[in-house]
Ligand binder design. Structure first.
Ligand code: GLY
Length: 352
């Protein structure tokens, strides 16, 4: 599969990726190579990578797995390890893991000695189609997601769906929500394809992964710093992130994509109310999300608390909460303020 050209790097697929990485390592002559893993990918993915490519000298640096470890303590731990192991400005970090590994690894790379090189090899569907590309790095602040971070591009991304075999089905579904979101903001063709009866059992294949990455990459190429067009990638995320944060410490806790699935239904409903987003598409989206994810019921007290969390959303400015909505599939509207009453109605629509 042909590579995708991003702004300052390329996204390679399968064995082409390892060939390119071998060549790149020979050319760049890094002083030290660090493979950054979490406890999970250390067990399940490192041996897969080392079967694919021979890296003669490397050290591993390991973070604890899970979103609740995407914090400053994990960064301090990794910066200290890099320092003890003698990392310098000509060192390279290879992130082998999901979004948490990539986001933390990119962030420590962007800050260690004012910035060293890194490469992403995502091992989850979510990080393949979203977190590993686009140059966003970062960590959470308490339960608030991605509040601290930087824009800092990797030197290369390698996508190999072999790693998806190590995942639980729910993790695959979690990544699917971002693929579905990409279909909604890009145009009717991928949306129709994903919603078609014929594909009802297909969650991913290499072609869909590539198409989804192309959609994101094309947006990032226009607007990396999220001044306008990139905001479309946040469709479903305003309420989705608030739901994810709200449930983080509860027994109803959701995976990222499960929360974003709900956020997509809510944002589509609000789009229908405010911008005449077609009812047929709205109902199709709700049915599609309900067919993929378990339904969560929200009480009015919970909804009020979730709305309270919206004030932390990164897209806010001048104290205003900005939603990304759709006029129709593929036509986003940016920075829309929404009354609480419509948000509450959107939960009613989701709950029905
Ligand atoms: N995940 C949204 C973005 O990369 O902009």
């Amino acid at each position: 599969m042909k590579e995708i050209i991003a702004k300052n790097y390329s996204i390679f697929f399968n064995n082409d990726g390892y060939d390119s990485l071998s060549g790149y390592l020979k050319t760049c002559n890094y002083s030290k190579i660090f493979i950054h893993l979490d406890t999970n990918t250390n067990k399940k993915c490192l041996s897969v990578l080392l079967n694919k490519i021979k890296i003669s000298h490397f050290e591993t640096i390991i973070s604890r797995d899970g979103e609740n470890n995407k914090n400053i303590e994990s960064c301090i731990n990794l910066w200290e390890k890099l320092s003890v192991l003698g990392a310098d400005r000509k060192s390279l970090i290879i992130n082998l893991g999901g979004g948490v590994v990539g986001d933390i690894g990119g962030f420590i790379a962007s800050t260690f000695k004012r910035g060293i090189d890194y490469i992403n090899i995502p091992t989850t569907l979510l990080s393949m189609v979203d977190a590993s590309i686009g140059g966003k790095t970062g960590i959470d602040l308490g339960v608030l997601k991605n509040q601290i971070g930087s824009f800092y591009d990797p030197k290369m991304v390698i996508i190999d769906s072999i790693y998806l075999k190590t995942l639980h089905k729910s993790e695959i579904y979690s990544g699917y929500a971002e693929i579905f979101k990409h279909s909604l903001i890009s145009g009717q063709q991928l949306f129709n394809n994903l919603c078609s009866e014929l594909n009802s059992n297909i969650i991913y294949n290499d072609q869909v992964i590539k198409q989804s990455i192309e959609i994101k990459n094309n947006i990032v190429l226009i607007d990396q710093k999220e001044n306008k067009e990139r905001k479309a990638l946040n469709f479903g995320h305003t309420l989705g992130h608030a739901i994810e944060s709200f449930l983080l410490k509860s027994e109803k806790r959701l995976l990222h994509g499960e929360a974003i699935g709900i956020g997509i239904v809510l944002a589509s409903y609000i789009s229908h109310k405010l911008f005449d987003f077609p009812l047929t598409s709205l109902n199709l989206i709700k049915d599609h999300i309900h067919s993929k994810y378990k339904k969560v019921n929200f009480s009015i007290t919970e909804i009020t608390e979730i709305i309270g969390l919206l004030k932390h959303d990164k897209k806010n400015n001048h104290g205003k909460i900005n939603f990304i909505l759709l006029k129709k599939i593929g036509v986003p509207v940016y920075d829309v303020q929404v009354e609480n009453k419509i948000i509450i109605d959107s939960f009613d629509y989701y709950n029905k």
